[in-house]
Design a protein. Structure first.
Lengths: 304, 250
């Protein structure tokens, strides 16, 4: 699906990606690395938004740089928000889909299908300014898949979603993978990536450190305490419910949120999703995980 | 473009921009029906040149309202999404040029050509047009030069900032500051050659040349053309450097 040969990208004196030679197979591939590792640079090179400083990159067997015809076959969901807040979700996705050369009626139909796929059809006529963080993520994903691309590039797609939506989105990404689409999804949280695929590219300091099925890395990550930031309707009730869970090391209250440190992230995320589904500890609005978790492991790995 | 039409103030501006057109149309009507009035108000090539100059204020206003064309895309990070679609940077820039070009031509070329038609209709003959056949290409050429210069300038400025207000202030600053500087330098040195620093003055020189005006130009017409080409060139270079999907801060 994606192949690079000695791919490098420099921003002036700063290296964004350094001599990367890798072949990403069809199916779902996770790009895992801490903040500043080069994930976004790699994705922007893959989507043809950046010109390689050195080396080559091919998508579906063709060079991507300066090849807009190939962009028809790629769907890109950026990490940053990229909205006109006054537009409705439907209007925004339709406008972007139309850039793929679809007629207005076709574009709107495709936008509706995509919004339905990400469970956002009910809010399609609402202005994006009124969307929650999770809805914004989903509308970005909708514009990426609306033109039914062969390759989906998703930059931190789960960031800021609530646990239920996270689970639904993970399921959606798996379905895309099963339907024959190729998906490259970046994250700084291994547990997220692992729930979608076992095929992982580990990136740090602009270099691919490991690729394939990295179980050993996973075990190593599990030995490090993992912190999770949860924004909830009733943080105290949530904290009470979480306190009895195994592996919870510490908790810190913040305005409208609670920060939890856990030694068993898998079990913790599973329990959090159950709580969100049952509503036993009130509404959970947002779950984020700071990337210092992974950063610590990478520092350890590099020292090794 | 459609979103601008939704604003009442923009509709009012477009209506008001046709005020000078109505005045000229009335002038042509009375000149064609009253011989005494015709002595003072009969249409001449200068009438059309003056009309286009008067529209300068409306050109300024419709152009300044385009200040968010690229700035808004940069503020909302929309550029990276647009350029991840099958859309080249050239297509993006050409698309962005359409609104300012259309609005400027809408307040210059369109009313000027309609005025020319009205003159023929009111006079009941094509004598004036036949005698001044150059007016058709002159109106078209001058309007296009003015539209291209304004559109390129506002787009280049819009690509430099994420704030449409700042872009509007920059554009107004350049228009008024260069005109004021020219007047100051002209007063100090007594030379009209300083007109080269003012894009507005350069457009006037070009207009006088195209409309065969007898007014002594501040600088030769070719100098004014070179200045306009340099401004358009600089604007295109800025656009080439600024229209990137990824903003690189090295």
């Amino acid at each position: 699906m994606i192949s690079t040969e000695h791919l490098s990208k420099w921003y002036g004196q700063v290296s964004g990606l350094n001599d990367v030679t890798v072949k990403v197979p069809p199916g779902i591939t996770g790009l895992l690395g801490p903040n500043g590792a080069g994930k976004s640079t790699f994705m922007k090179l893959v989507t043809g938004q950046l010109k390689p400083s050195k080396g080559t990159i091919e998508i579906l067997g063709e060079p991507i740089w300066g090849n807009p015809a190939l962009y028809h076959r790629i769907g890109f969901c950026p990490e940053q928000d990229a909205f006109y807040e006054r537009m409705t979700g439907l209007g925004w996705v339709t406008a972007l889909v139309a850039l793929n050369g679809l007629e207005p009626a076709e574009a709107e139909a495709a936008a509706r299908r995509a919004l339905e796929a990400v469970d956002l059809l009910d809010a399609a006529e609402k202005k994006i300014g009124a969307y929650s963080k999770g809805m914004r993520q989903r509308v970005k994903m909708a514009q990426a898949l609306a033109h039914e691309p062969d390759v989906l590039i998703l930059d931190e797609p789960l960031s800021g979603m609530d646990p239920l939506m996270r689970r639904r989105t993970i399921r959606l990404i798996r379905e895309w993978g099963r339907s024959g689409k190729s998906v490259l999804v970046s994250s700084h949280i291994l547990h997220e990536i692992e729930s979608m695929t076992s095929n992982i590219l580990l990136i740090n300091n602009g270099r691919i450190l490991a690729e394939g099925n990295v179980h050993q890395i996973r075990e190593l990550i599990d030995t490090h305490p993992h912190s999770v930031f949860i924004r909830a309707e009733d943080p105290k009730a949530l904290a009470r419910a979480l306190l009895v869970e195994d592996g919870v090391i510490s908790m810190r209250f913040e305005p409208g949120a609670v920060s939890v440190e856990t030694a068993r992230p898998d079990a913790f995320y599973a329990r959090l999703t159950e709580m969100a589904a049952s509503g036993e500890a009130g509404v959970i609005d947002e779950v984020t995980s700071p990337d210092d978790n992974l950063q610590a492991v990478f520092k350890y790995l590099v020292k090794q | 473009m459609a979103s601008l039409f939704q604003y009442r103030w923009f509709q009012i501006l477009l209506l008001v921009s046709f005020g000078p057109f109505v005045v000229r149309a009335v002038q042509f009507y009375f000149a064609s029906t009253n011989a005494q009035v015709a002595e003072f108000l009969a249409a001449t090539p200068d009438t059309f040149r003056e009309f286009l100059s008067q529209q300068g204020l409306f050109v300024f206003l419709v152009v300044i309202m385009q200040s968010g064309l690229i700035a808004d895309d940069r503020r909302t990070n929309a550029l990276q999404l647009y350029l991840s679609k099958p859309l080249t940077r050239v297509e993006y820039v050409l698309g962005k040029l359409v609104p300012p070009l259309a609005f400027v031509l809408g307040v210059t070329l369109v009313p000027a050509l309609v005025l020319l038609i009205l003159q023929i209709v009111f006079a009941g003959s094509v004598t004036f047009l036949r005698a001044n056949l150059f007016l058709l290409p002159a109106i078209t050429l001058y309007s296009l030069i003015q539209a291209l210069l304004s559109a390129c300038a506002i787009l280049a400025l819009s690509s430099l900032s994420k704030s449409r207000r700042f872009v509007a202030v920059m554009y107004a600053g350049i228009v008024f500051f260069t005109a004021a500087m020219y007047q100051v330098l002209r007063a100090i040195t007594g030379s009209r050659k300083w007109a080269v620093i003012s894009p507005g003055e350069m457009l006037d020189v070009i207009a006088n040349g195209i409309f065969r005006s007898r007014v002594e130009p501040a600088v030769p017409v070719y100098v004014a053309i070179v200045v306009v080409l340099v401004i358009v060139g600089v604007a295109l270079v800025i656009l080439e450097r600024r229209i990137r999907a990824v903003e690189v801060v090295a």
